[in-house]
Every structure is written in structure tokens, then in C-alpha cells.
Write a protein that binds this ligand. Structure first.
Ligand code: J2J
Length: 538
């Protein structure tokens, strides 16, 4: 395995191979023995369709071109491309040459991309030109200044001072494929600490996730899976998502955003059978079916995950959208829980599913590490054939987030039903979950206390009917001056290149931050106070 990654122990790895979880399959190619595939559609957007043969050739050409430009085996490449054909072509090309995509989210800005470059030691950055008024090329120029390893910027569209992706392509040539046990790509952790943590996913582990997920979700050659969420996220990428659909010989349909106006026409025209959303989008979709004219009758399954879905909204999905609901409780680190398509409605509406694989090992533990009684809440620990054994280049964090016998501490508090279905009841991680978007409290606290007007800061979630949680910054102002206002803090953080979703939604100014008996900031007290002070909104 790549240096600075934590491999599975040899005996575990061979057990996974022997049981058939891990095979010789590598990502970026489809399983052999499906000659009928070439002429069929593979990737569909609002404007274009690419057949499997076209995708294959485009990926080979791009792979050759990237090699010509010095990008090769083991090189890390930041990928921040919109849901469009170039993203799939680049992804396949990188996987084929054994270069390692590091997936950024479209909302990431200079700070996050800079941090990702530093954390991964990336050589290249693939970005769009201008999306919704944001110029990614200007951002790339800034990131180059702030970091030391980037040598190549490739742009989808108008390249400005950089290289256009279209100009990279070259005559295809023979390429030695990576090995199944090699790291294939890095996913981004929802994160609890200041800096981003990178999740190495191997070809074998991710291929298994795709295969098993497709099976549980009934995805096959007739499936048309819509990526409404950004494809750089594990959920639309691989649960079974874009890669699972392509692996199975189905169609990956790409929407530029999860908004109903973008997705509904595509569902109707491409005959989409399945898609994935975060909870805040579900009420918007349920409302939009009332007034948008598009025929959604092809949709069979709506997956919802990333944050808690309330049972009342869950119950509206079947009638409102005319399809089945599947709850997905997943994490980029690995473990995926799905409600099954034939589960009784009660389980589908009130649980977040059960583990994907028979080889997923689950422990639910009390703070002292002992297992709780059946049905009692506790922290979820897990290990298995597609769950990481350690973050990249992070030995100190790994000592905290993994047990000695390799279980990953998810930070999620869950309760198990007798059927094995899990209910997510809380979290011990210090993260605000804004409807699926994760904001690590510590990261935002560090950014806030670096502002001249802020003497101390603590970030807590406050409840919100639409997003589940919003971010509340509780600050102590510095000096005798007027305390800063929310818009000023947001403006100051934006100027420093912080992504929009990480900016605080609410602000509470206090004389001092409450502390516990041992002198730590008392976030429980703070969260209650913040909820009381901010209820009713701004
Ligand atoms: C409550 N909390 C949930 C759910 C995730 C599929 C789906 C989601 C993610 C994801 C993913 C939840 N109910 N249904 O990677 O492949 C919270 C938990 C979890 C954290 C992981 C996938 N589904 N969560 O959200 O890596 O707290 O992955 O530990 O972004 O989201 O966040 P992330």
C-alpha cells in the first residue's frame, strides 16, 4: 500500500480475498465479458450522451495525455470538477494510470483547496473555469502561491493562464494497470479536527463497495442513476452512485445541482430510476412535484442520507414522489448502512439501515469502551472489508480514531434494533451537520479566533427545521470596541478563502465562554444557551 497509509493486517486481507469480497478487479474499467456494452449510453447530461465505447476512448486519450504531462502512478491530483462528462473522463483516466484523485467539493475555496494540496502533496489540480460566477482559475493561481507541490493546473473549459483539459488528450497507448490492493483515490473526511483528513480507498475495497451496493439497491444494466449531489462525495460517487452504475453497465446521469429545476427534466428525459439526496432537499422535491410538469414515473428509489431524515418527511416520499425510500447512513471512511428495498415500512421510515456487508463488524460501546446492552445507545465502532484502517499521513489522529484492533471510532451514537438496523441518535464528534454538509467545530473555532475582533470562540450546532442543524459561533469580543456582527465575521472569513458552507449561520456574543469543572469549554451548556438565544432565527 502507498507510504503513509495503514494497510489491513495480512491475515485479514487474505481472509477478505478468500471470502471473495476482494477480487482482482480495478476501478476505471468495467468487468470484462460484456461485449454488448460498447454502443450503449454510459454518461448522460442535459446536453450530451457518451456511449461506453466513447467513454473508454476518451479516458484512454486523457490517460495518455496526463502521462505525457508527467502525471503518473501514485501522483495525487485534486479533482474539483462540476458534475459533467469531463469529471467522469478524468476520473477514469486517473484510475487507469494509477494517479490518485483527491476529491474536493465544488463549494471548497482557496483555504480548503490549499489545505488539500498540503495534506496530499498534490502535483496537479483539475478545476472548472467559471461556475455560477466563481472563477476557479483565479483560485488556482492563489493556491499555487500558498502551496509548494502543485505544478500543473488543468481546466475544464476556458483555461486562462493554464492548460485546457481538452488539450491534454493524446493518442491512446498501452498502460500497465494498478494492482487491486493499491490505493485508488482519496475521499475527504467529514472531519472533526482542524485540517482535512484524507481517506485512502483501494481498488479492491471500493470495487467491493460498488458491487455490494449495486446488489442491495437492485442496480444493473437497466438502471439509470442520477448524480444530483456533487460526485466528489462518496454517496453519489459510490453508493452505488456513478461508479456503481457504470460498473453494472447502467447509465450515470449527471445533474449540475440537486435543485428540482435541474433534476426533474433529466429524470424525465433520461428515465432515471434512482437518485440520492441529503435530507434538506427532500421537502423541496416534494413541493416541486406540485408545480413542475416533468414526468417522474421512472424513478423507483430515492436514497436519502448524510444527516438524519425525520420520519414525517420520510413518510411523504412514497406518495409524493411515487417511489421507494431508502435511508443510507454512510461515511466516506467506509461503513455503509442501507435500509433494504423489501424492508417493512416501519424500518425504512425510522431507521438508517443496516450494514451493507456480512463482513462489516459492528460494536456499540459506552464511554468506557465496553459494549452496551442490546438496544441501548452507544458509540458505533466498525471495521470491515471497505472501511479504512487509518487516515493518510495522520499517525497521531489514527491513534485516537482507531482502537488497537483496528476498529474505526465513527463518533456517531447509534442504537441497534433486533434486526440489526441502526438508528442514529446523536454524535460525540465535534461537528456541525448542516443537512449533510459537515463543519468541523475546531476548524471554524481556529479561523474565528484568528480574527482581530475575536478573543475566544466556540462553535456549536443549533437546531433548524430545514437543515437539521445550523452553525452557531459563540464568541467573546476583543477589546472595548463594538462587538463584530455576523455579516462582518462572514465577510472576513470569506476574504480568507473559506468555503461558504463553513461560514457561521448564527452569532452569539458572550462576556465569557462557560467552562466545565476541569476548565474545558462546556459545549453542552453553550449549545443550550445558543439554541435559546437564536431560536426564531436572525
Ligand atoms: C444521520 N447521520 C448521518 C444518516 C451520514 C452515504 C451517505 C452519507 C454519507 C456521508 C456517505 C447519516 N443519518 N442517514 O459517505 O457514502 C452522518 C454521520 C456520519 C457522517 C459521515 C455515504 N448519514 N450521517 O454523509 O463522510 O455522522 O458521509 O458519520 O460526509 O454523516 O459523513 P460523510
Amino acid at each position: 500500500m502507498l507510504e503513509n497509509c495503514v494497510p489491513w493486517p495480512d491475515e485479514t486481507a487474505s481472509a477478505y480475498r478468500q471470502a471473495g469480497y476482494w477480487t482482482d478487479e480495478v476501478l476505471g474499467r468495467w468487468p470484462a465479458g460484456d461485449p454488448g456494452r460498447a454502443g450503449r449510453p454510459a454518461v448522460v447530461t442535459a446536453g450530451r450522451t457518451l456511449t461506453y465505447a466513447e467513454l473508454d476512448r476518451a479516458a484512454d486519450r486523457r490517460a495518455a495525455g496526463l502521462l505525457d504531462r508527467g502525471i503518473g502512478r501514485g501522483d495525487r491530483v485534486i479533482v474539483q470538477l462540476p458534475n459533467d462528462i469531463d469529471l467522469v473522463v478524468c476520473l477514469f483516466a486517473l484510475l487507469r494510470i494509477g494517479a490518485l484523485p483527491v476529491f474536493a467539493l465544488p463549494a471548497h475555496r482557496t483555504m480548503e483547496i490549499g489545505d488539500l494540496v498540503e495534506a496530499s502533496g498534490a502535483r496537479a489540480y483539475l478545476c472548472a473555469d467559471v461556475v455560477l460566477g466563481h472563477d476557479f482559475r483565479a483560485m488556482a493561481a492563489e493556491v499555487i502561491k500558498r502551496t509548494s507541490t502543485l505544478t500543473e493546473i488543468f481546466v475544464a473549459g476556458e483555461p486562462g493562464d493554464f492548460t485546457a483539459l481538452a488539450d491534454v488528450d493524446a493518442e491512446p497507448r498501452a498502460i500497465t494497470p494498478p494492482a487491486p490492493g493499491d490505493v485508488a483515490m482519496f475521499l475527504l473526511s467529514g472531519g472533526t479536527t482542524g485540517k482535512p483528513k484524507l481517506i485512502p480507498r483501494t481498488h479492491a475495497d471500493y470495487a467491493y463497495q460498488l458491487r455490494a451496493s449495486a446488489e442491495v439497491c437492485g442496480v444493473g444494466p437497466d438502471s439509470r442513476v442520477l448524480a444530483a449531489l456533487p460526485v466528489g462525495h462518496n454517496f453519489p460517487l459510490g453508493c452505488p452512485g456513478v461508479l456503481g452504475a457504470l460498473r453494472a453497465g447502467g447509465v450515470a446521469v449527471l445533474a449540475p445541482s440537486p435543485a428540482p429545476d435541474d433534476c426533474f427534466p433529466l429524470i424525465a428525459s433520461a428515465g432515471v430510476t434512482m437518485t440520492a439526496l441529503v435530507p434538506p432537499m427532500v421537502p423541496l422535491w416534494l413541493e416541486a412535484v406540485e408545480w413542475l410538469p416533468d414526468d417522474l414515473s421512472s424513478l423507483r428509489v430515492l436514497q436519502v442520507g448524510g444527516a438524519r431524515l425525520d420520519p414525517v418527511t420520510a413518510a411523504r416520499v412514497a406518495d409524493g414522489l411515487g417511489c421507494r425510500l431508502q435511508q443510507v447512513f454512510g461515511m466516506a471512511e467506509g461503513l455503509l448502512n442501507y435500509t433494504r428495498l423489501d424492508d417493512p415500512p416501519e424500518l425504512v421510515l425510522t431507521t438508517q439501515g443496516r450494514p451493507l456487508s456480512p463482513a462489516d463488524e459492528i460494536r456499540i460501546v459506552a464511554p468506557d469502551g465496553t459494549e452496551v446492552a442490546p438496544g441501548e445507545p452507544g458509540e458505533l465502532l466498525t471495521r470491515g472489508p471497505y472501511t479504512l484502517r487509518g487516515y493518510y499521513r495522520a499517525p497521531d489522529i489514527n491513534r485516537v480514531r482507531f482502537t488497537e484492533d483496528g476498529f474505526f471510532r465513527t463518533g456517531d451514537v447509534v442504537r441497534a434494533r433486533p434486526t440489526g438496523h441502526l438508528e442514529v441518535v446523536g454524535r460525540i464528534n465535534d461537528v456541525v451537520n448542516r443537512g449533510g454538509e459537515k463543519v468541523p467545530a475546531q476548524e471554524l473555532e481556529e479561523l474565528l479566533t484568528a480574527l482581530p475582533a475575536v478573543a475566544g470562540a466556540a462553535v456549536v450546532p443549533v437546531p433548524d427545521p430545514d437543515m437539521g442543524e445550523l452553525t452557531c459561533a459563540c464568541i467573546v469580543a476583543r477589546g472595548a470596541q463594538r462587538p463584530p456582527e455576523l455579516h462582518e465575521i462572514r465577510g472576513a472569513l470569506s476574504e480568507r478563502g473559506v468555503a461558504g458552507f463553513k461560514l457561521p449561520d448564527r452569532l452569539v456574543v458572550l462576556d465569557r465562554l462557560p467552562v466545565t469543572a476541569v476548565g474545558k469549554i462546556d459545549k453542552k451548556v453553550l449549545a443550550a444557551r445558543a439554541a435559546a438565544l437564536t431560536s426564531g432565527g436572525e
